[in-house]
Design a binder for this molecule. Sequence first.
Ligand code: EPU
Length: 416
Amino acid sequence: MQKLSIHGGVPLSGEVRVAGAKNAALPILTAALLSASPLRIANVPNLNDVRTMIQLLQRMGVKARRDQRGIDLDASSVTDPVAPYELVKTMRASVLALGPLTARFGEARVSLPGGCAIGERPVDLHIKGLEAMGAEVSIDAGYIHARAKRLKGARVFMDTVTVTGTENLMMAASLAEGETVLENAAREPEVVDLARCLIAMGARIRGHGTDEIVVEGVERLNGADYTVMADRIEAGTFLAAAAATGGSVTLTHAPVESLDAIIDKLREAGAEVKTSGDTVRLAMPRRARSVSVRTAPYPGFPTDMQAQFIALNCVAEGTAFVTETIFENRFMHVQELRRLGARIEIEGNTAFVHGVDRLAGARVMATDLRASASLVIAGLVAEGETVIDRIYHLDRGYERIEERLGRLGARIARVS
Ligand code: EPU
């Protein structure tokens, strides 16, 4: 199994291009199911999760072709509207096929995602929304089985803000008869990116980016040529790594408008951050000050950056309170960071991070995608060698991370 070996202590320095957003690309790939005409998608990151999604679509009968510019998907003949257990268990985002399949083919079977390393993660709101649109949904042998002749527009209230839930229902509503109103909808930039792609395909959507999305269903959607937004979590991870190492980096092709919460906290930590167009420059001339964060749905501080900010706080001056409000079990990185010498206590959903002067390299294990990103950051700071096991978690969300950090001066290598 592959591992990452990092010799820490080098301040990151240089320029890096931000890749396309994983969490925008995944729903946009499933949007191809909504149309019989080809969808061409550019700026799709080359990640394990993207490969899994393409495999899933291909199993259903979608033709997929990837070249240097992007991915062409042709869902003119879908033969099997099923997301099987083997694929859903490796990637929960497979549940995004549920809305499009039900809307276009009147039937879907999607393996019910189980709990995962970061929490229980039910999909009751996806199901409730489809039922409100007239689908008959049953759980049968571990599969969600949804059927509907044609979905009907409805008012759907979601009592928790859910990103993929909003995306699933927005896609389903695009082909429903009449108007659907999604209340308490997720405002995440990735939801907005999907809405823009659907609009390019002929969907009639307004209110995306607010908590009330209105979708006027149409009979059919066309193909389109769409470019995925840049990844705000990847951008944030590079910035946090630069800040923790006392470095200075420039991000190009960055989704600057969606980085406010992250940049605000980095400035509070003492970083100098300048933005211009789609470029972000960060320099950290001093030891970071600790910064407390509380995760919240967008535009609040993203849960997908919580682990990386714990890593930054591990070596900052002072004590930070990091409160996780989205997922109930997203502190798995804490015990691994302690192996590097971090001083962290957990009480309920808050981690108290007491900054230490130095971390020391050790062998650690990645437990999920963002946990592994926090271990990389800590490894870049720690004295001596840090070896991270199970880096397939990292490959789900970061493209050729060792190469790109290597170009910023990090001493990092993939080893078998
Ligand atoms: N929830 C419910 N019922 C539902 C759906 C969600 O109770 O039907 C709860 C969840 O248990 C959780 C909260 O609502 O407590 C929010 O979960 P959400 O549904 O928004 O999460 P998600 O859509 O499954 C996406 C991202 C995650 C990211 C979260 C939160 C994708 C493919 N995944 O997940 O990304 O953490 O939103 O922003 O977009 C990652 O990239 O590392 C990652 C985990």
